[in-house]
Design a protein around this ligand. Structure first.
Ligand code: ZN
Length: 657
């Protein structure tokens, strides 16, 4: 076998190379599978020889421990913000001011990525620290989280003594949509846009979460450098590329302001088609010598400015309003528009959020509306330009997916479908239904559930109980043995009992505890079909809201249907929680004296009381037992004189078995 140190070194070089090809150049040379195999081999070597782990090892990307706080980082070179320019005229004025200091100017124009600005520091080619911009002077140390971003090199291609670079961490659109979908599925508040998502993901205390978010980076400036002379910003970009950084794409060197404006407009036209958000274009003086000469005002550098693209607005006709039912049951109205081109993309749909939004803008089908698209990917309707004569749109009272009544909670703007079998919410319902605490069906995770649903094998939680091995085997990669196991854990879940079943239904506001309380009180599901709010609120911890949700749920025809099918399949509909307390010490009085070998007095007292007994401080004829330990004093003597039985801890333990 080869030398592990040598092999580890080789693997690190290989992995870093392929990582660079994949994440920086977007040009993978090997399959993910092969990459994973190499990574596994390195992990194994490092596990056997921990002394071989190096800070730049690809295995160290997600090794960091979760933090309780981020350490402050002082930025040696201030991470300045830029002056905003809003028109071509303002760009020309900027140019004039620059040329007052220096006649001969070359600019670099770059897209302005809408993300989170960070600084990355490298010593002798190794990534040592990364921080957020913060207020420009002091940021936060997010090194562990930045390490999880695969396009950030842990080791540079050249071991230059020191370099600090600035870049923008962002979340690509594709990842953003996936994340939002996942958040909705988990009933979490989804991020509003890519920038929020990037910031929220980078400032996670747990690097593993950051790693899962698929963040990316574009590096766009050298803040400090030692050991190499760089005279021009554009040459700096070339150096950064050579070092292995993912450099801001589409930057352009311009020799006069006309070219600069042309380039800004080109970036503006492209912006809707990029796979990430940009919110402007940055104009920078190329020469570092000129930059130093120009210096900064109290607020901004004089050698750079950011052109902000105006949000584009257009009028178009609102042809229709469609209602979508999300996986959480929320009904969302979507405007169907006569297609218009906005910020480089064709817009034919826009969200109308909810009834409050529609009422606020007094929107009716047939109106001419104003659609706006700013840097964000999602267009929005900001007003009505011309009324079409129709009535203000009213959201439906029933779910368009299943016809069940919809429901609006007092403090919520959203309407929800209440049907547990609503096809639009099926996936989420099933995941919850099978989860721990609910029916706890082992082996029935989200992936299998998705496969069952997409094959049309399961359309309701009840369908799970009508599956057989043959049908389950239709799922890809599901062997005979796994199919058998799955069917047997579904079978086992039939006896979960009423409390878990109630929780599994996913009744709004009914969590595990409420489900337990309700099951404990009413014992059988049949009692719940005509239960009233009053009856439910008689349970101490059940309030109006939970009671109403429960009543509403059991009124639905679909609930009746679901329960019947579950019952027919043999699912237990009764409460099976053990509530008959063990009262073996009822009517007995214990006196404790001396030191017991293992229990403290208070522990022993708790046990006695939990079994229905009483603990008294003094011995009398009524005392049932004296539990005596070491150094028992007068109480023991008294017990002996009264003839009260005396027991030791071992005997006590025997009694409570
Ligand atoms: Zn529905």
């Amino acid at each position: 076998m080869s030398d592990p140190a040598k092999r580890a070194e080789e693997l690190r070089i290989l992995l870093n190379y392929h990582n660079y090809q994949y994440y920086v150049l977007d040009n993978p040379e090997i399959e993910d599978y092969e990459y994973d195999k190499l990574l596994r081999e390195l992990e194994e070597i490092e596990a056997a020889h921990p002394e071989l782990i190096t800070p730049d090892s690809p295995t160290q990307r997600v090794g960091g421990e979760a933090l309780t706080m981020f350490e402050p980082v002082h930025h040696e070179v201030v991470m300045e913000s830029l002056q905003d320019l809003f028109s071509h005229d303002e760009v020309r004025e900027f140019d004039k001011r620059v040329r007052e200091a220096e006649k001969d100017i070359t600019y670099v124009v770059e897209p302005k990525i809408d993300g989170l600005s960070v600084s990355l520091e490298y010593e002798n080619g190794l990534f040592v620290r990364g921080s957020t911009r913060g207020d420009g002077v002091t940021g936060e140390d997010v090194t562990a989280n930045l390490k999880t971003i695969r396009s950030i090199p842990l080791k540079l291609n050249m071991p230059i003594p020191f370099i600090e670079v600035r870049g923008e961490v962002f979340m690509p659109h594709e990842r953003f949509f996936k994340l939002v979908e996942q958040q909705e599925l988990n009933d979490e508040k989804p991020f509003k846009n890519c920038r929020n998502a990037a910031a929220g993901s980078l400032r996670q205390k747990n690097p593993k979460i950051t790693a899962s978010r698929g963040l990316d980076i574009f590096v766009f400036n050298i803040q400090r450098i030692e050991g190499v002379d760089v005279e021009l910003h554009s040459k700096g970009h070339e150096l950064l590329k050579k070092l292995g950084f993912k450099v801001i794409p589409d930057y352009k060197i311009c020799t006069d302001i006309g070219q600069v404006i042309e380039e800004i407009d080109k970036i503006g036209e492209r912006r809707g088609k990029l796979p990430y958000d940009i919110d402007g274009a940055v104009v920078k003086v190329d020469s570092y010598a000129v930059r130093r000469k120009l210096g900064s005002t109290a607020k901004f550098p004089r050698w750079a400015a950011a052109f902000k693209f105006p949000p584009e607005e257009k009028e178009t006709k609102l042809l229709d309003i469609e209602i979508n039912v999300g996986r959480t049951g929320v009904l969302t109205p979507t405007a169907v528009l006569e297609p218009v081109t906005l910020a480089g993309t064709t817009v034919s749909r826009a969200t109308l959020h909810n009834q409050d939004f529609i009422d606020g803008l007094k929107i009716a089908i047939g109106d001419t509306v104003i659609v706006r698209k700013a840097g964000e990917i999602i267009p929005e309707i900001i007003g009505v330009a011309k009324k079409g004569g129709g009535d203000i749109y009213k959201m439906p009272t029933t779910c368009p997916s299943c016809g069940s009544p919809v429901f609006r909670e007092e403090d919520e703007a959203a309407l929800r479908c209440t049907n547990a079998e609503c096809p639009a919410q099926l996936l989420r319902h099933l995941i919850h239904f099978a989860s721990r605490g609910a029916m706890d069906i082992e082996g029935l995770g989200p992936a299998i559930i998705e496969a069952l649903v997409s094959k049309g094998l399961v359309k309701s939680p009840a369908d799970l109980y009508y599956l057989d091995i043959e049908r389950v085997k239709e799922i890809e990669r599901m062997g005979e043995k796994s199919a058998k196991n799955l069917i047997s854990s579904i079978e086992k879940s039939k006896s979960a009992g009423l409390a878990r079943l109630l929780y599994a239904f996913g009744i709004r506001n009914v969590g595990q505890k409420a489900a337990k309380l309700i099951a404990g009180r009413f014992k059988t599901i049949d009692r719940l079909f005509n239960v009233t709010v009053d009856e439910l609120t008689q349970i101490d911890e059940i309030g109006e809201v939970i009671a109403q949700s429960t009543v509403d749920f059991f009124k639905l025809k679909s609930t009746e249907h679901l329960v019947e099918r579950l019952r027919f399949a043999g699912v237990l509909m009764e409460d099976n929680t053990e509530e008959v307390a063990d009262t073996r010490f009822a009517g007995m009085t214990f006196v404790l004296t001396g030191t017991l070998p293992t229990y403290t007095r208070s522990e022993a007292s708790k046990i006695i009381e939990s079994l229905g007994g009483k603990v008294s401080g003094s011995v009398s004829k009524k005392t049932t037992y004296v539990l005596a330990g070491e150094d028992a004093g007068s109480k023991l003597t008294k017990a002996q004189s009264l003839g009260v039985p005396i027991i030791n801890e071992d005997q006590f333990k025997e009694m409570i078995k």
